[in-house]
Design a protein around this ligand. Sequence first.
Ligand code: C2E
Ligand code: MN
Ligand code: MN
Length: 392
Amino acid sequence: MTVLRQLVYRSRTTHKDAFQQIEQIEADSEAFNSRYNITGLLLTDGEYFFQVIEGPGEHVQALFEKLKSDPRHNNIVKICDHPVFQRDFGAWNLRTLTLKSDRSCYWLPDDIYLKRDSQVYGLINSFANGRWRGCLPEHHRIGLHRSISTTGLSATRDEQSPYQFAFQPIIDTHLGTISSIEALLRDNTGRYPEQILTDLSRSKRYEFDLTSKQYAIAMASELLSSNQSLSINLLPGALTQFSDASDYLLSYLEQFSMKPQQLIVEVTENEIINEGDAFMRAVETLRSKGIRVAMDDFGSGYAGLSVLADFLPDKIKLDRAIACNIHEHGPRQAIVHAVMEFATTLGIPLIVEGIEKMDEWYWLQHIGIQKFQGFLFARPELCGVSAINFQT
Ligand code: C2E
Ligand code: MN
Ligand code: MN
C-alpha cells in the first residue's frame, strides 16, 4: 500500500510579481497533479510561495524534485514532509490563493476545512503572518562583502608525545578575524578523540583529558596573539574528579604566559547532565579564576534547554547537525532563530560549528550570526593553524 504524504515548502519568486505567475502555475500543474493523484494548496503574497503538496509518497517526492528545478522560483526551503492519514485538500489538484495583505487563517475560503490545531493550519497562519518570508535574495548576497585571509602557523611539536593536537580556528566574519582556536585531540596513528578517550579506563581518561591540556596550551601559546583565545574540550568528569582541576589549568597557562581570560573550556551538553551539581560547582570555580565555559554541540544531545537554563554558559556552540543545509531546511531555521533569540536575550555569544557550504554561511550571516567554525574556513591542522583565504 502506498503511503499518503504531505510536504510543505516555501520559496521565493524569480519574477517581479508572483501574483501574475500563479494562474499559469495552476494551469501547468493540472495535468501532472490529476494524473498522479496529487492535491494541495499554493499561496503567495506576491513575493513568496507557500505550497502544500499531498498524495502518494513517491509522486510527492517526484513532484518536489521537479519543482526544485523550476526557474520560476528559488530559495526553496522544505518545512515539513511526513506521512498523513488523510488529505487536507482532497478536493483540489492544486488550489491557489493570494494574500494581498497580512491576514491570518480566518480568510481561508469556507470550502477549505482545516482543524485549528493541525500543523497545516498553524503553518498557513505563520506564513500569512510573515514568518516564512525571510531569505537572502541574490542582490543582497552580492552586496555582502566579507573577507578574511591569514597565513598558516605551526607550533613546536614534541616528537616524543604519543598524542598531538590539531587546531581549528573560530572565525568572526563580522570583524574578519580569528577570535579563537580550538584544540582537537589526535594520536600518532591518526585516530580521533572518541577512540583515544574510550580506550582509556574511566579514571585514566579524566586524568589524561586534563593533563594533556598542558601540551595543547604549550602549542597554542605559539599560535595565538594576546587578544585571541584557546578553546579546549574537557569531559565534565575531568573537572569534577579533581578538586584542583582549575589550578592545573591555571598553572599550565602561567607556564606558557597565557592569561586565564584566554582559555575557554568546552563541554558537551549530554555529558553535563550526568555530573549535575558537582559540575556546576566546578564551573563556578573556573569562572572565579577568569576561565570561561562554553556549551559545545548544543542541539545534538539530550540535556537541552533545562541544562542551558541552569548553567548559563559564556558561549554556546550550535551543533553542526543544525547547520547542515540550513539554507533549505525549515525546521532547522526555526530552531536557529529560537536559539538566537535566547542567546541574544541573555547576552551569550553564539558560534555555529560545521559550516561547509557557502549557502549555509550566507543564511546564518544574514540572520545576524557572527562567529563560525568549519571546513569552509579552515580544517583542523595538526600542531598548527592552517591559512585562511575566505572571500565572498
Ligand atoms: P567538537 O568539540 O565539536 O569539535 C569539532 C569537531 O568537528 C572536530 O572533530 C572537527 O574536526 C569537526 N569539524 C570541524 N569543522 C567541521 C566541518 O565543517 N564539517 C565536519 N564534518 N566536521 C567538522 P574531531 O576532531 O573528530 O573531534 C570530535 C569531538 O571529540 C570534538 O567535537 C570534541 O567533542 C571531542 N574532543 C576533541 N578533543 C578532545 C579533548 O581533548 N578532550 C575531550 N574530552 N574531547 C575532545
Ligand atoms: Mn569542541
Ligand atoms: Mn562541537
